[in-house]
Design a protein around this ligand. Sequence first.
Ligand code: C5P
Length: 219
Amino acid sequence: VSDGPLTGKHVLVTSGPTHEPIDPVRYIANRSSGAQGTAIAAALRDLGARVTFVTGPASVPPPEGVAVVRVETARQMLEAVEAALPADAAVMAAAVADWRVANAAGQKMKKDGSGKAPALEFAENPDILATVSKGANRPALVVGFAAETEKVVDHATTKRLRKGCDWIVANDVSPETGIMGGTENAVTLITEAGAEVWPRMTKDQVARQLAARIAQALA
Ligand code: C5P
């Protein structure tokens, strides 16, 4: 652990997608690579924080020098997050599936020859960010993300209030931005004071700026 402004602080970071099983061999997922969450965990570590990194099945490896907790589903992620508290700050960068398959099969689903496709039913997953923000063990600073494809600031501002977190890092993930799965990000930081538009930069630079802001806020 390096020495820095976050030495002695525990920061929880969630990252990556979640996988929600359909049957033992199939799942529903999303396009999150885990790149931004991984970069944030590394940047916090570099400022001296003790980092617990709760990650879904991401396509980039977790950073070194952090405590990695691997999960698959949203419900497992919530359990891991609650087990990791208390923390001084939490950064919830995971792209948690909003729904899981309610009628997931215990055995591999088979074509039955009738030509009829199975019907999946969905149930809403717990909202990890809202649960932590409103929970008894709430970290002093809770940061959420908002991946939007339109009206980014409006939606993110509403989201900040609804979820009960302190900050929202909002970004535009429209396909034409190339942000989802790419190396760059263009974010707007929403705080109680309003919206701050950051210039487009690499995900590593976003991570370092955010880590520096977190250090300031916890100082
Ligand atoms: O509601 P939405 O998914 O857009 O909110 C995004 C933010 O909420 C992210 O910080 C994400 O990690 C978090 N989230 C969560 N649990 C969910 C859904 C989203 O923690 N079930």
